[in-house]
Design a binder for this molecule. Structure first.
Ligand code: BG6
Length: 492
């Protein structure tokens, strides 16, 4: 018999292979920024997410800095302010005109080509006019532009006067992410690179930390001894909605899985951090991601909704997935042998983001001597989307003469119990201005998650068609072990 006791688990990252980050050099508390520079200020992300979030920051009295847009569009300052106003009014119908006016006063636009020196000199002059020494440079631009903008900032000495915020996707695969990190590190220190994953800005996702580590009730059962399987579903009912050409170059694995969902899995699976310092949290996430086995082709099903190939911007023969389901294995002391099932995609039956922790059955069934129904297993449903909250599915005695059991929900709706939560982008922009890295993705974590999905990118296999409004191709059921089945998310 081979002795495997000291061998690293098959496929999981060995210690020598783990990406290295010099965490000692990372300052977790940094000076508060005195200016916000928005690259891609006339683009789609700024319109949908950034201006509404800036409005919210203005409304809460936490925005104290000038906001300088940079864009190629041939717009005046007034065009830019009108555009910001429209975007706020479209997304926040009851927006307060006084708050909007006060935000618009902060806005300026530097119009110019990113390749032209005048653009960068103009930006530096504008920051000088505002006496800025610590700016946040927010890159709401296509990923192919990240290196250029970083290099241009360096060319006018602005790299020493601020930090950068980078939108996802961070790279297209492991190698390009490593390459991008190298380029950025040649200009900015790791603690000056804020990699956005907006799921980390969601209160319900962050709550996983509090839920797991502030409730003594849960920790004793949160492991392979009591947990039978874990399922994470992230389903959207919309299709690609005008983003066809972007989406067709990316697909669901890069769009959702490598970043949002593996971050959620890491928060669900990691060990308790050693302390409150944000670096400890990142360390634990990095460790559990390193313990995930790279996805094997047999553990992955990709699907494409019928009609996707007719979407504007999509290749007629496209093999890009709009759905995928995967079986993950985490070779850690806590999770060895527990299957983690993840499924995600567009044009599905219901909008939801939910994790279901399925506990093992009790060791003996005391109550079925009369041939009554066998009790269902306990579930902990963590709702991380719009209707965030938690439901414990417990067993209780069915009314009547027999000792039969039936499932009952012990349910909390966080909005009802706790009130309205902040928007993810509002929190993330606020954090970037404050210089807090807590809710951003560290280099080793980004590279570690690419490593997990890399085999699925290298050997994607076929895409299986599925109908809009379904739960994806039935082939996803073949990933399930034992007699497992997918749990439909809680109704909205
Ligand atoms: C984005 C993806 O990162 O997340 C989109 O690019 C997806 O395709 C979106 O729709 C989902 O975010 P949320 O916050 O609506 O769950």
């Amino acid at each position: 018999m081979t002795d495997t006791s000291s061998a690293p688990p098959t496929g999981a990252t060995t210690e020598a292979e783990m990406p290295r980050v010099d965490t000692a050099k990372i300052q977790t508390s940094q000076p508060v920024a005195d200016a916000l520079v928005l690259f891609g200020a006339t683009g789609d992300l700024a319109k949908r997410k950034l201006f509404p979030s800036l409005y919210r920051l203005e409304r809460s009295g936490t925005l104290h800095v000038p906001v300088i847009g940079v864009a190629r569009s041939d717009w005046t300052d007034d065009d830019f302010r009108d555009h910001a106003k429209e975007s706020i009014e479209e997304h926040i119908p009851d927006a307060d005109p006084v708050v909007i006016a006060s935000l618009l006063q902060r806005l300026d636009l530097i119009q110019g080509d990113y390749a032209a020196e005048t653009t960068w000199n103009g930006l530096r002059t504008k920051l000088d006019e505002h006496n800025s020494t610590v700016a946040v440079f927010y890159m709401a631009i296509p990923p192919s532009m990240f290196p250029t903008v970083a290099q241009k900032l360096e060319s006018v000495g602005l790299h020493n006067r601020g930090r950068i915020v980078i939108e996802k996707p961070f790279g297209r695969d492991l190698n390009s992410a490593i390459e991008l990190n190298k380029t950025l590190h040649s200009i900015f220190a790791e603690d000056h690179i804020f990699r956005i994953d907006h799921y980390l800005g969601k209160e319900a996702v962050e709550d996983l930390l509090v839920f797991r580590f502030a409730n003594t009730l849960l920790e004793p059962v949160w492991n392979r001894n009591y947990v039978r399987s874990v399922q994470v579903t992230m389903s959207e009912t919309i299709g690609v909605e005008g983003r066809g050409s972007f989406y067709d170059s990316v697909g669901a694995i890069r769009d959702i899985f490598q970043n949002h969902l593996l971050q959620v899995v890491a928060l669900l699976a990691m060990e308790p951090p050693a302390g409150a310092d944000p670096g400890f949290l990142q360390d634990e996430k990095a460790k559990v991601i390193a313990a995930m086995r790279p996805i094997e082709p047999a553990g992955l099903v990709r699907g494409q909704y019928v009609g996707y190939r007719e979407e504007p911007g999509v290749e007629p023969e496209s093999n890009i997935e709009t759905f995928a389901a995967a079986r993950l294995e985490i070779d850690s002391w806590r999770w060895a042998g527990v299957p983690w099932y993840v499924r995600f995609g567009k044009a599905l039956a219901q909008r939801a983001t939910e994790a279901v922790i399925e506990l093992r059955s009790p060791p003996r069934m005391l109550f079925d001597e009369e041939g009554g129904p066998v009790p269902d297993r306990n579930l902990i449903r963590l709702r991380l989307g719009e209707n965030d909250g938690v439901t414990f599915v417990m067993q209780a005695k069915t009314p009547g003469p027999h000792l039969d059991s039936t499932g009952v929900d012990v349910d909390v709706d966080f909005a009802a119990a706790l009130g309205e939560r902040q928007d993810a982008y509002e929190r993330l922009i606020g954090d970037a201005l404050l210089g807090s890295l807590r809710r951003f993705a560290r280099q080793d974590i980004v590279e570690g998650t690419w490593k997990v999905v890399q085999p699925a990118l290298d050997h994607p296999g076929p895409v299986v068609p599925y109908f809009r409004g379904s739960w994806g191709p039935s082939e996803a059921d073949h990933l399930l072990l034992n007699d497992d089945h997918w749990y439909a998310p809680s109704p909205l």
